[in-house]
Design a protein. Structure first.
Length: 261
């Protein structure tokens, strides 16, 4: 369960690259819709293969109509990758798959046509593999009805703990600790939970780099990972002095928009 602007898509690409190169298997990748599946294949998958020598050799580009590789089906030695939409029941039923990757599950319909829950349909494909891997990812949408939140709650709930550079206290990052003086979002800072030291944006990024996953519940066979937007490793957009400034400004703007509507 990761916020947008963390590294969600990159993580999915790395998992996929690992299985293609190191443990070739029949793989199913599900995007919310057929259109999104095709766009993902053309924009993300092709670029990943083009720029990664280990994959470039294995997944040959679609060159002709008779090519084994189409937009929604990629073959490589020892396996293949079907890229489908959660709204297309035909794609969800079919041959067994060892690896099932479900992207942006909070944007899936409740039912794929009249066939039922697309997540359950996709996971059913792995039943004949003892070593199957199922990966679900999403930015959570509405609290209470979010698929990813519901899934995360059934895991060991890992969170990324970071250390304060002043007092060494280990903590998770929370929005309530992003603070600024009234009307001065450009002065936003992060406040340590323990010693109340003010972290600059560089301190925050340093702390994230040195952090680690810690499970907050007992392991029961499912690992879950949580990241909110305060963990974003990316630089701020132009016009902001820091990522914290951007977060504060965006918060103030959304509050203003909510008031005027
Ligand atoms: Zn501290």
């Amino acid at each position: 369960m990761w916020a947008s602007q963390t590294t969600k898509t990159t993580l999915l690409e790395n998992i996929l690259g690992y299985f293609i190169a190191a443990e070739p298997s029949p793989i199913l990748l599900v995007q919310p819709s057929v259109e999104m599946a095709q766009a993902w294949s053309k924009e993300r998958f092709n670029a990943t293969c083009r720029d990664t020598p280990a994959l470039r050799e294995l997944v040959t580009e679609q060159k002709s109509r008779t090519s084994e590789n189409t937009i929604q089906l990629k073959t490589f030695p020892g396996g293949n990758l079907a890229i489908i939409g959660s709204n297309a029941p035909a794609g969800l039923a079919g041959r067994p798959r060892r690896v099932v990757l479900l992207d942006e599950v909070d944007r899936y319909p409740a039912s794929a046509g009249s066939e039922g829950d697309p997540v359950a349909l996709a996971i059913r494909r792995t039943e004949s593999f003892w070593n199957s891997v199922v990966y679900l990812t999403s930015t959570p949408t509405n609290k209470g009805t979010s698929r990813i939140e519901n899934e995360y709650e059934q895991t060991d709930r890992r969170m990324w703990f970071v250390k304060c550079h002043k007092c060494q206290h280990e903590q998770t990052l929370k929005w309530s600790n992003v603070l600024w003086e009234k009307d001065k979002p450009e002065k936003a800072y992060y406040q340590c939970d323990e010693c109340e030291a003010r972290w600059s944006d560089e301190d925050r990024v340093q702390a994230i780099r040195g952090g680690k996953w810690i499970a907050t519940e007992a392991f029961n066979g499912k690992r879950g990972y949580f990241l909110n937007g305060i963990y974003s490793p990316f630089k701020s957009k132009r016009g902001f002095v820091s990522r914290l400034h951007q977060m504060a400004q965006e918060f103030l703007e959304s509050k203003k928009a909510a008031k005027s509507s």
